[in-house]
Design a protein around this ligand. Structure first.
Ligand SMILES: Cc1ncc(COP(=O)(O)O)c(C=O)c1O
Length: 446
């Protein structure tokens, strides 16, 4: 099941006028801006033959996680008592001392101006310090680029190192943004699938089987979104050494590094294999650790040439991240860390409750995740059977049925790779978790 090109998944009902991956536009009735009635022979008529939206951009799938979350919110707004396990963000408020630093920053005219595109020097220093402390690698602040969330860091990393036709090995299940970011750079995502029987962790043998002369990079995400799986120090080292041996770049997404449980220690890929530093880009951010998803502060760290190229890109794309948010991030990284531990402890408690609850439902096989705030049950046993009057054959259909009949929102596995799985975030209150699991249990006990 590995080595196959990823085709992305469209959970979406394509909006009218949207082109498919080949640039063919839907034949639905033309909208008010249609050029359908322009006489032939005019320049406008000639352009009518071409897709209105560039095929490169029209081919991007809507974020499935955001779509499910939006659907759950709109049902809730319509009065339905929906419990949503769909969100990919902490439910806690940002720690008060971080908010206070931002309020103060907003009052300071120095923050009202453009600042260096790659970030405030104090923040870059704080990021270098955190990286030494937690990722086990010493970096110079000049290697850091502060980005508009980890998402921009991911996008820029692929833009920086991937050329047209380059293959990027993508362990699946994967975060839904990676394949889109790879394609936008002209690359070809190559799925390397690991199922629940291997705790969703790929092996060096699988990676090697998928390697070709066109393989340029490996995406490595530990702890993982969507599975919560964490690679051990030994597994990380083996993968890092394999990448080094074959000259394969590694984009290592460490955004969940502080959210680990059961005494597990996060191991950074450059801590495991320091010689890989010349071909590795680290991605990280404050969003998940500090409950700061809305503040939009992430970063990338890499070797000098890649950093220079990515800074040039960012200088034309977005320039500096909001100074107020950067000041807040400095407070988060350098201030008291007790709020982080309190949130981690709450996630840990919820993790245990949801795993226990789901595994008590026949048909759910839920490995115990050791990181992030997601569980990823294998529900293949529920497919092809009748539930509440219908017989889902994919997890897309199953997720719809669950929302309709149990008023519980979950994200189908198709958003992250193969069908047969569901992602549930446990970043919600203990009572909601208990009630959501109870409803699932009721639906599938029939
Ligand atoms: C694995 C992973 N990387 C990066 C990000 C980006 O986070 P942000 O852009 O909010 O910093 C996310 C967010 O969901 C994520 O799950």
């Amino acid at each position: 099941m590995y080595g196959s090109p990823s085709h992305g998944v469209h959970l979406t009902d394509a909006p009218a006028g949207r082109a498919d991956r080949l640039g063919r536009v839907s034949t639905e009735a033309p909208g008010p801006e249609s050029t359908a009635h322009v006489p032939s022979g005019t320049p406008a008529a000639a352009s009518a033959d071409r897709p209105r939206v560039a095929s490169r951009i029209a081919a991007i799938a809507e974020s499935a996680t955001l779509k499910v979350d939006a659907k759950a919110k709109s049902l809730k707004a319509a009065g339905r008592p929906v419990i949503s396990f769909a969100a990919g963000e902490p439910d806690f408020a940002t720690p008060q001392h971080v908010v206070d630093a931002a309020v103060q920053a907003a009052q300071d005219p120095r923050n009202h101006r453009y600042t260096p595109a790659t970030g405030l020097p104090e923040l870059k220093q704080a990021i270098a310090d955190k990286t030494a402390r937690e990722s086990g690698v010493s970096v110079d602040p000049s290697q850091v680029i502060v980005t508009n969330g980890g998402k921009q860091a991911v996008y820029q990393a692929f833009q920086t190192i991937v050329d047209d036709g380059d293959e990027v090995l993508l362990p699946a299940p994967y975060w839904t943004t990676y394949p889109e970011a790879i394609r936008l750079a002209g690359g070809v995502p190559v799925d390397v699938f690991a199922g629940s029987d291997q705790d969703y962790l790929v092996t060096v043998e699988q990676l090697e089987a998928a390697r070709t002369p066109r393989t340029k990079a490996l995406l490595f995400c530990s702890p993982s979104n969507p599975t919560g799986s964490v690679y051990s120090a030994e597994q990380t080292k083996a993968i890092g050494e394999w990448a080094l041996e074959h000259g394969i770049w590694v984009i290592s997404d460490e955004i969940y590094q502080d959210l680990v449980y059961d005494g597990v220690r996060f191991t950074g890929i450059l801590d495991a294999v320091s010689a890989l530093a010349d071909t590795t880009i680290l991605v990280n951010g404050v969003a998940k650790t500090y409950a700061m998803t809305g503040w939009r502060v992430g970063w990338s760290i890499g070797p000098a040439d890649a950093v220079k190229a990515a800074s040039n890109l960012q200088s034309h794309l977005s320039s500096n991240v909001s100074n107020v948010s950067q000041r807040a991030a400095i407070a988060a990284l350098t201030g008291p860390q007790e709020p982080v531990e309190a949130m981690r402890a709450a996630f840990d408690r919820r993790r245990k409750a949801i795993v226990e609850g789901l595994n008590a439902i026949p048909g759910f096989v839920t490995p115990t995740p050791q990181g992030a705030f997601y569980v990823y049950p294998d529900v293949t046993a529920l497919l092809g059977r009748e539930w509440a009057g219908s017989t889902p054959t994919t997890t897309l259909e199953l997720a719809d049925l669950i929302l309709e009949h149990a008023e519980v929102a979950v994200v189908p596995g198709e958003a992250f790779g193969p069908s047969g799985y569901l992602r549930l975030s446990y970043a919600l209150g203990d009572d909601d978790i208990a009630e959501g699991v109870r409803r699932l249990s009721e639906l599938f006990s029939a």
